[in-house]
Design a protein around this ligand. Structure first.
Ligand code: ATP
Ligand code: MG
Length: 429
């Protein structure tokens, strides 16, 4: 195929054989979030570039080198959203959803775009489910966000493969004091830092803690710790969160190097990580961002949220073989009809059955074909039962009912009794 007719590198088609797993995953999350009282919000995929610069921060990997930015026909600079929080805050402010201190528990799902080096678990178009909570200040809501993800891992059967890492970044004042101490310490070891870290030391020193470079990591062993600089408010908040996680029986480890890539976090930050996916091990990440809304022009409004990477969680389900078998079967019953008269009767009959069993997954053969070829299609569809309608059956107003997966003998069912019969043998989702 010519190059122009291929998908863009790092932007993947999700093919029909994969969509059942995506829908199972998305459906499981959506039901869970309904149960916890979160409401869905849908934002546009494109926003003004300025929005991301102001919220994510100029000196971040995303804004410095990962955004898909272009000028539209009006000459406006637009960007394909690299994450969801900025647009969610923009929408909340634009529509006054957090006016008068009103709490909001929101979630969103959709594609995000970052110009990164594509590899397993890292793509240029990828999908996130994110939650954002506004105007709830306490550690109780931080705990709820973590508790509900823990429940999700349980529902998906991946609890044993993920680990919760936790840290507190303090308020911006205590972080400011910590930054001074960190910069002083690192400046004294400048020659041992990798090039990237030397640069970050000037632009965004906390990000040095994030380094993958072994020499820099060695220097960091004796660096000042954020925990020693936490103000009372952040410390009490963090203790409150840890107490709640312990009460809920959720194991966690404190990772003092966890800073997160985005500028806007304060107090709680956390990541769910797995060692089953190689280098792309973070499946869900988030934290508190109490200053962001104000920074974006709103009234002081606290916020906390997270986003999970759907591709990585799907990969994890596959790696751990936690894909439920039943999700790949998309047909319950396959109807084969032979000849014009039988086809007409089959259409009327199948529509009547659909009226009575709205959740039945009934596939009616299309494109005619011999007995053999229709039967082959029925089998390949994954259906549990085939229905067979030829001239003989039609004359007697019955239809052949044949189990395809070895549950009993073929029998004839009267047209009038078909829906009732199917209701007894097909579990309807
Ligand atoms: P990483 O350190 O892996 O680059 P990040 O800190 O940039 O992650 P966030 O912005 O916090 O990621 O996004 C939340 C989640 O979205 C990540 O934990 C991950 O699961 C997923 N994610 C982020 N970038 C990508 C990507 N390029 N491809 C696939 N999933 C991604
Ligand atoms: Mg990243």
């Amino acid at each position: 195929m010519s190059k122009s007719l291929q998908a863009i590198r790092g932007m993947n088609d999700i093919l029909p054989e994969q969509t059942p797993l995506w829908r199972y995953f998305e459906g499981t999350v959506a039901r869970l979030l309904d149960n916890y009282g979160y409401k869905q919000i849908r934002m546009p995929i494109v926003e003004f570039t300025e929005l991301f610069k102001r919220s994510i921060g100029e000196v971040t990997d995303i804004v410095e080198k990962e955004m898909y930015t272009f000028e539209d026909r009006n000459g406006d600079s637009l960007t394909l959203r690299p994450e969801g929080t900025a647009a969610c805050v923009r929408a909340v402010l634009e529509h006054g959803l957090t006016g008068a201190g009103q709490p909001q528990k929101l979630w969103y799902i959709g594609p995000m775009f970052r110009h990164e080096r594509p590899q397993k678990g890292r793509y240029r178009q990828f999908h996130q489910i994110g939650l954002e909570v506004f105007n709830i200040d306490g550690p109780d809501i931080d705990a709820e966000l973590i508790v509900l993800t823990w429940r999700l891992w349980g529902l998906l059967g991946i609890r044993d493969a993920v680990k919760l890492e936790l840290n507190s970044l303090g308020t911006s004042e205590s972080r400011g004091r910590y930054k001074v101490a960190l910069v002083e310490y690192l400046s004294a070891h400048l020659d041992k830092l990798d090039e990237d870290s030397q640069r970050r030391l000037k632009t965004n020193p906390l990000r040095v803690l994030d380094t993958k470079n072994a020499d820099t990591q060695a220097v960091l062993v004796n660096a000042p710790k954020m925990a020693d600089y936490l103000d009372d408010e952040s410390r009490i908040h963090f203790e409150g969160l840890k107490a709640r996680l312990e009460a809920a029986g959720i194991p966690f480890v404190i990772n003092t190097k966890l800073v997160r890539g985005l500028d806007y976090y304060s107090k709680t930050v956390f990541e769910w990580v797995t060692d089953k996916l190689g280098a792309q091990g973070t499946v869900c990440a988030g934290g508190r961002y109490d200053g962001l809304v104000e920074q974006m022009g709103g009234k002081p409004t606290t916020g906390v949220g997270f986003a999970m990477g759907i591709e990585r969680l799907i990969l994890l389900l596959e790696t751990l073989e936690q894909v439920p078998e039943e999700i790949s079967r998309q047909v319950d019953v396959y109807l084969c009809a032979f000849g014009e008269a039988a086809e007409l009767a089959a259409l009327a009959l199948s529509e009547k059955v659909r009226d009575q069993l709205p959740n039945l997954r009934l596939q009616v053969n299309a494109g005619a074909g011999s007995f053999k070829s229709q039967f082959k299609k029925a089998d390949k569809s994954g259906a549990l039962y085939a229905l067979i309608l030829g001239d003989d059956e039609l004359a007697r107003q019955v239809i052949g009912f044949k189990p395809l997966r070895g549950q009993g003998e073929q029998q004839n069912i009267a047209f009038d009794a078909l829906a009732a019969h199917l209701a007894t043998c097909v579990v309807q989702g």
